[in-house]
Design a protein around this ligand. Structure first.
Ligand code: 0X9
Ligand code: ZN
Length: 417
């Protein structure tokens, strides 16, 4: 193809930048932009995917013929002569990254925790303090360790109303390292459930009706590595001499690697050598299987504003789809009523793309957790993964409202009390 010759010089440049990722110095995205491509034909899609492959570009988002792609500004200018309609979404990627790096790791008093993004250590200190300050309803649990032996912490929250048949809802965040609003939002919800129990009637009701387990950071190694490469997605398994990382959300051991995942160790969707090979996955998987009372599970990602039901590996709709869809709709309405944002509801395979080895397929398929979801938080493509810190609180507020509606929906749908 003609494009090969046009871009051959840039190819070396991109490869050289890529190799820097193994060094312990910060990767900078100077002169990088994110572009939105809105294509009309499949031929245009084929051309764009060819370019993505050639330059090993980072596709932030894809839905049909719409793509958000991180690329050098110069490459975008060069593409201007081709019939690939696009506009710039983020003109200066490094500038947004710098805003986020400014505050992280500098500490805060707990009252101000959600005004900025927080480091792995800050998050752990925060959840430990919640557990010790509210020990009558919150307990710190360590579910396991990451590849690099970091703890995976969760908060178990139980109200004072006891019942032997109580069902559990599990929330997890930060399987994907760069999706920074995920751990903050999940921690925000935990904070609300714990600190408003006995004060706010909606919170008190859902904490009395269910036991909760909230795990803000599943992939701590990857999250820490985003201090070096803000765009890192996977865990930090060393696959070979060149490539690191398994995509935790392709590694769950149910219909593993049956589509929408990769066998290539350098790929961002690398499924790993076998299903459940990664300790982050087995830690959470074992917890859910052990807690067979679990009836709800939500895995928080960003971005796209979606509340997604199983399956990811097939377009076939599960038996529980109507009930799953209804509780997704209830959550979505609650989100809309908070700050006016629209979250679409639908099955993963159709609403986003085929993806096997995802968390929800496992929790639903193996864990038999009826209300299993994957959520893509804010936004729909203004800032993408680089959501400004002043949106952490609004995101937390709308997901707290969704949490109340979701828990109430489960009670309404199934008469298990
Ligand atoms: O590709 C993914 O893993 C998710 N999108 S993301 O941009 N956050 O990487 C979508 C997969 C949906 N499945 C689950 N959340 N389980
Ligand atoms: Zn994700």
């Amino acid at each position: 193809m003609k494009l090969v010759w046009l871009f051959i010089a840039l190819f070396c440049f991109v490869n050289c930048v890529d190799q820097l990722k193994d060094l312990s110095e910060q990767i900078r995205y100077e002169e990088h932009i994110v572009a939105i491509f809105t294509l009309r034909t499949d031929a245009q899609v084929a051309d764009l995917l060819y370019i993505v492959d050639l330059f090993d570009l980072d596709v932030w988002f894809r839905q049909g013929r719409t793509f958000h792609i991180l690329m050098p500004a110069q490459l975008h200018r060069d593409l201007g002569t081709y019939d690939l309609p696009s506009k710039i979404m983020i003109p200066d990627v490094q500038k947004l990254i710098d805003i986020q790096y400014q505050s992280i790791g500098k500490g805060s008093d707990n009252g101000d925790f959600f005004s900025e993004y927080r480091s792995f250590d800050e998050m752990n200190t925060f959840v430990k303090q919640l557990a010790s300050n509210y020990s009558s309803i919150a307990t710190l649990v360590e579910l396991g360790q990451t590849v690099q032996n970091r703890p995976i912490y969760g908060l178990e929250i139980s109200g004072s109303k006891s019942s032997t048949q109580k069902k559990r809802i599990v929330y997890i965040g930060c399987q994907h390292a760069r999706e920074w609003v995920s751990p903050m939002t999940v921690a925000f919800v935990a904070n609300q459930l714990i600190t408003n129990y006995g004060k706010n009637e909606n919170i008190t009701r859902i904490v009395d009706n269910f036991d909760w387990t909230i795990i803000p950071i599943v992939n701590g190694d990857g999250y820490i590595y985003t201090q070096i490469d803000r765009m890192w997605r996977k865990n930090r398994r060393q696959n070979n001499s060149r490539c690191y990382g398994v995509d935790n959300n392709r590694n769950w051991p149910f219909e593993w690697n049956t589509g929408g995942s990769s066998n290539v160790a350098c790929s961002d969707q690398y499924a790993g050598p076998s299903g459940g090979s990664e300790p982050e996955n087995t830690a959470v998987a074992n917890y859910v299987v052990k807690h067979s009372e679990t009836i709800g599970f939500v895995d928080f990602h960003s971005y796209s504003q979606l509340w997604m039901t199983p399956w990811g590996y097939t377009g076939r709709l599960p038996d529980d789809y109507a009930a799953q869809y209804q509780c997704g709709i209830d959550a979505s309405i609650a989100i809309f009523n908070t700050h006016g944002l629209e979250f679409q509801v639908g099955n993963i395979y159709d609403i986003i793309y085929p993806a096997s080895g995802g968390s929800n397929d496992y929790t639903y398929g193996v864990g038999k957790v009826t209300y299993s979801y994957g959520v893509e938080l804010r936004d729909t493509g203004e800032y993408g993964f680089l959501l400004p810190p002043d949106q952490i609180v609004p995101s937390g507020e709308e997901i707290t409202a969704a949490t109340i509606a979701f828990a109430d929906c489960i009670v309404r749908m199934k008469n298990f009390f």
